[in-house]
Design a protein. Sequence first.
Length: 301
Amino acid sequence: MTPDQLITFAVVAEHRNISRAALALHLSQPAVSGQLRLLQEEFGEALYQRDGRGVRLTPAGEQLASYAARLRDTWQQAHAYRDALRGMERGTLRIGASTTPASYLLPYLIAAFHRRYPEVTLHTADGNTSDIVGSLASVDIAMVEGPVGSDLPPDTAVHPWREDEIVAIMPRTHPLATARDGLPPSGQQVTLAELGEHALVLRETGSGVRQMVERAFARAAVPMRVALEIAGVEGVKEAVRAGMGVGFVSAMSMRHDNNVLRLFSLTPEPLTRHFSILIPHASAPSRVAERFLALCLSSVD
């Protein structure tokens, strides 16, 4: 007994006619009759009887037809699903993203992707870069900030993506900000030496932004006057608004700020980092992952 024999039997049971079943299955009538004969031999008793120009199922055939119909329906659904995936009508996409892209880029990308492929189900997971790299086996695509390291799983492709700048933020009433009132955009910069004279607000230990800031101050041999350590980008921004000191955040986290804070590039060397997109199982990526990657690489701010 084979699935093809059962599917053939289900179609014959539906049409009650071997010729019409053969047309529906795109098979010859002898081929259909041959499959029915083999199936009947497998069960060892009659499953149908000739009835004029058609067929009539026996009680055993009626029972088997109910099982065969379910198999036929499942087979049709599987083919429809295959065709839908080929046409990007539906599917599932699992996305991993580290903190900054998860917060400030991914929502817009998901919205754009959903408009194009509304039947694709999206699942997201966030964490720091090491968390996301460690979970590559359970996602279809991942976006991370900073170096990805050399211990990626085999068959992982790395696509350079965007550049991000770390900026200093402060209230508009801060002395460093008021001293730059009226300056053109090219003057919206501040040196590490100037910042070293003021209280600073830093992200929590382990933050990639904090590590970049600490290394920059160390290279410049400028001591840091840390007034507060606080978790999260929004925590830093709120502490700065409260007057605790100058903070450091991703420039993209300030895109929708309400102008209470001002941001300044660091000079003479801006603090920049790179985002990457990782594709696990790159030798055979899913179609939805390929389409989402193309959207990410073509998107602009």
